[in-house]
Design a protein around this ligand. Structure first.
Ligand code: NA7
Length: 536
């Protein structure tokens, strides 16, 4: 056995994306023996994997950055408000290189199992390269939306053409020129693909089940003065972002009941013109709770969409009617609706005529129709929140399996730990604020900082083991459910509550009591000597 094959660490980090890179930096600064592992052959996480045509931010770039170092923040300049994936990936490389992280990252290595050894109070971790690593702390930075829903149709492997899940797009790109292309799915991802490839392919068929309330993106390029302007707001952003409802620079400003219908409309019009997620995350908070407000704001967005689509058949397929604006992830778009007016683009409604199988020539529907295509793009989403961890064989105390536990009931303590799994710390996990309603870097920064402080505290106080108590976890789950079930999000099917994965237990995955509230609660638990946790 070589040294590398039986490594002993203080902390092992799964993933080298937005969370993993910063977590590695923090734990290394504490002098820990720490190493991050990633299945990809480079750093970047989400921004490594999602290289499909049109992939880009829906968060303003300058709020997606880390805020722990002013120098790191200001030495990077964005070219536009919502840049595309190649630029974001370059930024991730800039982070890894500037903080000199690569020497402690092992790429092209998938963690396959992690078993907790109770006697030694350590995790024994295996990789797909046959390595065994022993570690005191197991820190999951494995992503909230990283486990793709990629094989879901019978006959997929028999398809004669090429088939790509959006998050497994080939690094060398895919040649779509002159091809007949199918896109399955019109979530935030599908919309970006569709609007980008429509003008390049010979023929595009879009398979639409649930349409989205997409909002037009205003995406100006930044000149030097724009860059200077946002950089000069560093201190303000650092102060504000962690305290808002969603970790964005804006927060709810208006109270529905205080305004007349004309005033409400003026507010909606003005915010709509902002061309960002502001209409969702910083107009009227009542939209998440009050059916009437939800319906009025939904109708406002529908009106905007109808004016652009006109054709009643397209309106039927592309404008949501059976759920409220903002109860799904709201996508931003650029000329997405106009794409359907192109002669080479066809909208195929699948709600009443589902896809039944893939055959060598293409896609077959319930009524027997065959859609012949050369390329199938699966913009079919992810097993969100749980998938990254349940796809690893994780065994806690007494050999209990995380996969089995979460197959019964998805529970965590503040999304940071799970009862029964000592010294396993998680980010982007269920029951914490996350991608659903949060600017991901704001949330991941806060979660990784909480974890780093927890480990520092334990070492300073000679504790070796931390685990949430069952009672503490019950309390968090109850609080989470109460918060979530008060909202309309809990009543709408999507990945937000596991509805997109057959058999997944229903629970709103993301904490929606607000990013600022969550931060206060997690910091208060720590300040009270880790209330709700057992330390030994
Ligand atoms: P999403 O938002 O989960 O979207 C997946 C899409 O795929 C959605 O339109 C689904 O329709 C559709 N889908 C899934 N299965 C099928 C079948 N069998 N037939 C037809 N259509 C299907 O994933 P995204 O990648 O777009 O976005 C995920 C998050 O990543 C996003 O919210 C951002 O935070 C980043 P459905 O709605 O289930 O009817």
């Amino acid at each position: 056995e070589t040294a590398a094959q039986s490594l002993e660490l203080d902390a092992l980090i799964i993933g080298a994306g937005v969370a993993g890179l910063y977590q590695l930096h923090q734990l290394r600064e504490q002098g820990l023996r720490v190493r991050a592992y990633d299945a990809a052959d480079d750093v970047g996480g989400t921004w490594y994997w999602n290289r499909y045509p049109g992939a880009r931010f829906d968060s303003e770039a300058y709020i997606y950055q880390y805020l722990f170092s002013e120098e790191l923040y200001k030495n990077w300049s964005w070219s536009q408000r919502f840049p595309g994936q190649p630029e974001i990936e370059r930024w991730m490389h800039y982070i890894a290189d500037t903080l000199d992280l690569r020497r402690d990252i092992q790429l092209s290595t998938r963690i396959t199992s992690a078993h907790y050894d109770e006697l030694a109070a350590k995790w024994v971790v295996q990789t797909d390269r046959g390595e065994t690593i022993t570690t005191r702390f197991l820190v999951a930075c494995s992503g909230m939306l990283s486990a793709p829903m990629s094989s879901m149709f019978e006959g997929q492997e028999d398809f004669d053409g090429q088939i790509f899940h959006t998050s497994r797009w080939p690094k060398e790109g895919a040649d779509l020129d002159g091809k007949r292309v199918a896109v399955i799915g019109v979530g935030a991802t599908g919309i970006q693909v569709i609007q980008t490839v429509a003008g390049k392919v010979e023929h595009l068929k879009v398979f639409i089940r649930t349409p989205q309330y997409a909002l037009p993106m205003r995406n100006p390029t930044f000149d030097e003065s724009d860059v200077e302007a946002y950089k000069s707001r560093f201190a303000e952003l650092k102060e504000t972002l962690p305290t808002t409802f969603s970790g964005f620079e804006y927060d709810f400003e208006h109270v529905w009941a205080d305004l007349t219908p004309e005033q409400r409309d003026d507010v909606l019009e003005e915010i709509y013109e902002n061309g960002s997620l502001k209409l969702w995350l910083a107009s009227f908070g009542e939209m998440f709770y009050d059916e009437e407000v939800s319906e009025e704001i939904s109708e406002f967005v529908r009106r905007k969409m109808r004016a652009r689509l006109q054709d009643p058949h397209l309106c039927d397929l592309l404008i949501p009617t059976d759920y409220g604006f903002g109860t799904h992830r709201v996508p931003l778009e650029t000329n997405y609706l106009e794409v359907y007016h192109r002669p080479n683009v066809e909208a195929v409604g699948v709600r009443n005529n589902p896809i039944t199988r893939i055959v060598p020539e293409g896609i077959v529907m319930a009524d027997g129709t065959l859609h012949e295509v050369d390329v199938i793009v699966m913009a079919t989403g992810f097993d969100a929140g749980t998938g990254a961890l349940t796809r690893i064989d994780i065994r806690g105390r007494g050999g209990r399996s995380l996969k089995d536990d979460w197959n019964r009931d998805i529970r965590t303590t503040m999304g940071l730990m799970v009862h029964g799994y000592p010294n396993m710390l998680t980010t982007g996990a269920p029951l914490a604020p996350s991608a659903a309603l949060c600017n991901m870097t704001t949330c991941l920064q806060q979660q990784t900082e909480w974890i780093a402080e927890c480990i520092r505290y334990m070492r300073a106080h000679d504790h070796t083991v931390i685990e949430p108590t069952l009672a503490g976890e019950d309390e968090w789950v109850a609080h989470h459910d109460e918060t979530a079930n008060a909202t309309l999000v809990s009543k709408t099917d999507s990945w937000y509550n596991g509805a997109n994965v057959p058999g997944k237990p229903r629970r709103v995955l993301s904490y929606i009591g607000g990013v600022g509230v969550y931060r206060e609660k997690t910091l208060a638990a720590a300040a009270a000597g880790y209330k709700g946790f057992q330390l030994s």
